[in-house]
Design a protein around this ligand. Structure first.
Ligand code: ADP
Length: 402
C-alpha cells in the first residue's frame, strides 16, 4: 500500500511518500519533498526520490491546488517520478493541528469531518485553515482519493477535567470551549509507546513523562497508556520555554503590556509567539547557537539555557507528583534527541527519585541513558510524526477495505 503524508501550511506543503512493506507498520520512504512560497513570487516544488538526487523546479504556485497538482506531477513524472500513476496511491494522510473536542483519534475525511475541522479553526486560526486547503485541493483534483486526518490534539482528549479546565467562569468552557487541548500528540504518543517497547514493558502499566523538545516544545504525562496532562494549553504558547515562544507567563502580563505600553493584541501576540523564548532572552532561537554562546561564556545564553532547563525540570517534577510516581522519562525531537548537555542538566535534579544518569550513554545519544540500577529510566527516542500519520492512514484504509 502506498500512502502520501501531507503537512499543509499557509505558504508551504511538505510531503513524504511511504510504501508499506508488510501487513503491519513497516514502511519504506519512496520519496519526500515539498512546495515552497505558495502564493508568493519565487515558488518552487521539489521531490527527492530515496537514494537519488533532489529534483527542484521553480514555477508559479498561486494556490494550494496548483501546488498539490505540481507535487503529483513530479511524483508521476514518466522518467524520474516514483509512481506510474496516481492510481497506485491508496490514500493521503494529513496532519491536522486542532481537532478540538470532536476527535479522539484519526479519521477518514468526510464532509462532516471537514466541517468539524473548519469549526475548530477558531481554536487554531493559523493552522487549521491551511491544513484544510491541502485537504480540499486534493478533494477537488481527485474526488475519489481517500483522505485521513491525524490530529495533534487527539491523544490528549483522555485528560481528566482537573487537567484540562482552567480557573475561569465555567461558561468559558461550556460555551466558548476554552480549555487545555495540548499538541504534539502524534510525537508524544509514538515515543511513549516506543519507550515501553524498548523496555519490554506494557505501555498501560507505566507512568511515562515525554519531553518533546524541538523549536516548539511540550511535555506530556502518560499514566495507564493515556495522556493525563500536557504542558501546552488552548494554544501551543503554554508550557516550557521554546525557540521563540515564551511558554508559561503570569496570565495578566499580556493585558498589563497592552494597558501600560499601548500595544495591540497582534503586537503582544507576536512578542509572545515570535519574539520570546530563547530568542527573546539571548538573541538566538536555535539551540546550537545558544550552546555556542554558552560555551563562550555569554551571559545571555547561559541564562537562557538555565531558564529552558528549569522549566522542563519543573514540569517533570509536577507530573511525577501528579501521577504519584514516574517510571520513564523520554526525550525526543531536535533538542531532546541531539543535545546531551540539556538532558544531563534536566536529569540532574531527579536523583531523589532514584534516577541515575549513565553519562557515557547520554553523551553518545544512546537509547537508554540511565544506568542499570536506576529506578527511573530515561530514554532518547527519535520521533517520527510522519510515520505515525502513515500508520494511522494505513489502519483506517485497511479497515475501510474490509
Ligand atoms: P521543529 O520540528 O519544532 O521545527 P526540531 O525537532 O527540528 O524542531 O528541533 C529544532 C531544534 O533542535 C533547534 O533548536 C535545533 O538547534 C535543535 N537541534 C537539532 N539538531 C541539533 C544538534 N545536533 N545539536 C544541537 N541542537 C540541535
Amino acid at each position: 500500500m502506498k500512502i502520501l503524508v501531507i503537512n499543509s501550511g499557509s505558504s508551504s506543503i511538505k510531503y513524504k511518500l511511504y510504501e508499506s512493506t508488510g501487513d503491519n507498520h513497516d514502511f519504506k520512504v519512496l520519496a519526500q519533498g515539498g512546495a515552497e512560497r505558495i502564493g508568493i513570487s519565487g515558488a518552487s516544488v521539489d521531490c527527492k526520490k530515496t537514494g537519488c538526487e533532489k529534483e527542484h523546479q521553480y514555477l508559479d504556485l498561486p494556490d494550494h491546488k496548483k501546488a498539490i497538482n505540481a507535487i503529483f506531477q513530479m511524483l508521476t513524472e514518466p522518467e524520474k517520478g516514483v509512481l506510474k500513476s496516481l492510481s497506485e496511491l491508496s490514500g493521503v494522510g494529513h496532519r491536522v493541528v486542532h481537532g478540538g473536542e470532536d476527535f479522539t483519534g484519526s479519521v477518514l475525511i468526510t464532509g462532516d469531518v471537514v466541517a468539524a475541522i473548519r469549526k475548530n479553526s477558531v481554536l487554531a486560526p493559523l493552522h487549521n485553515p491551511p491544513n484544510l486547503m491541502g485537504i480540499q485541493a486534493i478533494h477537488e483534483l481527485y474526488p475519489d482519493m481517500p483522505q485521513v486526518a491525524v490530529f495533534d490534539t487527539a491523544i490528549h482528549q483522555t485528560m481528566p477535567p482537573k487537567a484540562y479546565l482552567y480557573g475561569l467562569p465555567k461558561e468559558q468552557y461550556t460555551v466558548h470551549k476554552i480549555r487545555r487541548y495540548g499538541f504534539h500528540g502524534t510525537s508524544h504518543g509514538y515515543v511513549a509507546k516506543q519507550a515501553a517497547k524498548e523496555l519490554n514493558r506494557p505501555f498501560e502499566k507505566l507512568k511515562i513523562i515525554t519531553c518533546h523538545l524541538g523549536n516548539g516544545g511540550s511535555i506530556t504525562a502518560f499514566d495507564g497508556g493515556k495522556s493525563v496532562d500536557t504542558s501546552m494549553g488552548l494554544t501551543p504558547l503554554a508550557g516550557i520555554l521554546m525557540g521563540t515562544r515564551s511558554g508559561d507567563l503570569d496570565p495578566y502580563i499580556p493585558l498589563h503590556i497592552m494597558e501600560t505600553q499601548g500595544l495591540s493584541s497582534e503586537q503582544v501576540s507576536a512578542m509572545m509567539n515570535k519574539q520570546g523564548g530563547l530568542l527573546g532572552l539571548c538573541g538566538q532561537r536555535d539551540m546550537r547557537d545558544v550552546l555556542e554562546g554558552y560555551e563562550k561564556g555569554y551571559e545571555g545564553c547561559i541564562e537562557a539555557l538555565d531558564i529552558f532547563v528549569y522549566a522542563i525540570q519543573k514540569y517533570i517534577g509536577a507530573y511525577a507528583a501528579a501521577m504519584n510516581g514516574v517510571n520513564v522519562i523520554v526525550f525526543t525531537a531536535g533538542i531532546g534527541e541531539n543535545v546531551p548537555q540539556v538532558r544531563e542538566k534536566v536529569l540532574a535534579n531527579f536523583g531523589y527519585l532514584g534516577l541515575k544518569v549513565d553519562k557515557r550513554a547520554n553523551k553518545a545519544n544512546k537509547t537508554v541513558i540511565t544506568s542499570a540500577i536506576s529506578k527511573v529510566k530515561a530514554l532518547v527516542i527519535h520521533t517520527d510524526e510522519e510515520k505515525v500519520i502513515a500508520s494511522d492512514t494505513f489502519d483506517i484504509l485497511k479497515a475501510k477495505k474490509k
